[in-house]
Design a protein around this ligand. Structure first.
Ligand SMILES: Cc1cc2nc3c(=O)[nH]c(=O)nc-3n(C[C@H](O)[C@H](O)[C@H](O)COP(=O)(O)OP(=O)(O)OC[C@H]3O[C@@H](n4cnc5c(N)ncnc54)[C@H](O)[C@@H]3O)c2cc1C
Length: 498
């Protein structure tokens, strides 16, 4: 084992016989398949970065059990200063993919770390399940695992609960239980990054109804567990024409997949919750898990927003519109929106609080950020597209056009810009389209709108965690500061008569 996990070590760990399907076929090796290999390389890049001598201190910390340096995404901050130290590492990782890998290894590690911070909750429920949480956190941390998760039941009929669906095993449910563990059958959505993760954390974050007990489980298994089938969506990486034509989709298509559990055996030492609706929900909300996993999302989003702001400014320069007052106005709006994300991130850190031994970002500011940013992202994308006009489309069909002298000459004559040479202009607008309008970009809009739940879900969290008492108290205090007319005399009379 290397002193710090490297990209090569991660790539080797993915050659484990996992059962991945795409385009009607089983994938022999995700690390070499044309639908996945570049995304796998991007994941490897993260580990290579943390293992560079100049980065080791910034990106990693020593495991308290083994002494091996592992990613700071497993660190459990005990103070504000440690939270910031951890954030700088997560931010540095996000900068490597410009915020376009939503489920990089620091996402689910943040969730599992948050669960571990609240392990007393599991202790009070079931000591064996608590031991499973403790052991799993240490195991995943010490092996610096890349985890993904599936915490949503597949869409079918949302007006019915999980066990009321036509097939009671549509949503993954316990089909059997014995001395060794539980057996799971059914599907979960949507395993982003599963093709390049080591293990998957499986549970349900949606409210479950009485009768859904068999879906109310929480466990982690390796991606090559027997019977675990990975049904990939279309690969944008595979459809990318070239790195020049699709600089983002060719590299950062983290993939999403439906997971099907074909009677998958989960040993007891990997089961964190067994058939408890109450604990399945509480593991997220009565521990720091949900806050930590979504705090990571805001760190990543800030990086992506900065990148998009850079793109917007460059578009304005490319088309010679940057000095127009209306364009500056638009850029000022985008800059303010980046500031909003930045401010909320710093605010949730500064307003965090000590929960036992750990420092936890402020819950309500986190949920405010989620509610506002899932509205903001599509708006920012539309604003930048508005700035760009037809330049996103006025482009050669592919990099191959440059190989034809006639076309290369015409491209040179027609792709004009005050700041870019013709070839650079094409390069730039191809990048802009990949970020703003390609199928990859469109998936990102859907991702930012839904990764934390539909908007009614995030607003519900905001409602639940807001300090209404202080706000209502202000209204009550003001009302108490001036007199209220007494009831009419007739009311006294009727009270006396009664
Ligand atoms: C790109 C992408 C990547 C994802 N990656 C992951 C992942 O890695 N792991 C994972 O577990 N999940 C992942 N998800 C799933 C994500 O968590 C869900 O999309 C999200 O929780 C919303 O659930 P849903 O898609 O089933 O939408 P639904 O819950 O079906 O909601 C869709 C819409 O239906 C309406 N609606 C539904 N129910 C109600 C209701 N009760 N009241 C009012 N209106 C309602 C609302 O208009 C809502 O916006 C991903 C999703 C996307 C798009």
């Amino acid at each position: 084992m290397n002193p710090v996990k490297t990209g090569q070590e991660h790539v080797a760990s993915l050659r484990d016989g996992r059962d991945v399907y795409i385009n009607g076929e089983r994938v022999a090796d995700v690390t070499t398949h044309k639908a996945f290999r570049n995304s796998v390389s991007s994941a490897a890049m993260l580990y290579d970065f943390q293992s560079q001598p100049a980065q080791i201190d910034i990106m990693t910390f020593a495991s308290p059990d083994t002494g091996r340096r592992v990613s700071r995404c497993w660190q459990l901050p005990g103070s504000y200063a440690e939270l910031l130290e951890r954030r700088r590492a997560l931010e540095a990782w996000a900068e490597l993919h410009y915020g376009f890998m939503g489920r990089s290894p620091d996402h689910v590690s943040s969730c599992i770390s948050g669960m571990f911070m609240g392990v007393e909750l599991f202790e009070a429920h079931d000591r064996k399940r608590a031991a499973a949480v403790r052991d799993y956190y240490a195991f995943a941390r010490d092996n610096d695992l890349f985890l993904t998760y599936v915490i949503i039941n597949p869409q079918a009929d949302r007006s019915k609960s999980a066990h009321e669906q036509a097939d009671p095993y549509l949503a993954a449910a316990v089909v059997d239980e014995d001395a060794e563990g539980i057996t799971m059958r059914g599907a979960k959505m949507l395993a982003t990054s599963s093709i390049m993760a080591n293990e998957v954390f499986v549970t349900c974050i949606q409210p479950l109804a009485p009768g859904d007990e068999k879906q109310a489980v929480s466990f982690a298994i390796p991606m090559n567990a027997k019977g675990l089938r990975v049904l990939s969506r279309k690969s944008y990486e595979e459809s990318a024409v070239s790195g020049f034509d699709n600089p983002l989709s060719s590299r950062f298509d983290e993939n999403d997949a439906v997971l099907y559990f074909d009677d998958v055996k989960v040993p007891w030492e990997r089961v964190f919750v067994n058939q408890s609706i109450d604990m399945t929900l509480k593991q997220f909300h009565a521990t720091p898990a949900h806050v930590y996993q979504n705090y990571q999302c805001q760190i990543r989003l800030l990086v992506k927003m900065r990148f998009l702001a850079g793109l917007a400014h460059r578009i304005a320069e490319a088309n010679g519109i940057v000095a127009f007052p209306q364009v500056r106005d638009t850029l000022g709006q985008i800059a303010a929106e980046v500031g909003l994300v930045d401010g909320l991130l710093h605010g949730m850190e500064a307003k965090g609080r000590q929960v036992g031994a750990y420092y936890v970002p402020d819950r309500h500011l986190l949920y405010s950020a989620q509610v506002l940013t899932q509205q903001l992202y599509p708006k920012v994308i539309t604003t930048i597209r508005d700035l760009a006009g037809g330049g996103l489309i006025m482009l050669p069909s592919s990099v191959a056009d440059f190989d034809n002298p006639l076309l290369a000459d015409l491209i040179h004559k027609t792709q004009k810009s005050p700041v870019f040479a013709p070839e650079e202009r094409v390069k730039f607008f191809k990048l802009a389209w990949d970020a703003l309008g390609s199928e990859f970009a469109s998936r990102h809009v859907q991702y930012e709108m839904f990764y934390a739940g539909a908007s009614f879900v995030t607003r519900g969290h905001s409602y639940r965690t807001f300090d209404w008492a202080t706000c209502k108290g202000m209204v009550d205090t003001l009302m108490a500061s001036y007199p209220t007319p007494g009831p009419p005399a007739s009311a006294h009379k009727s009270a006396a008569a009664g």
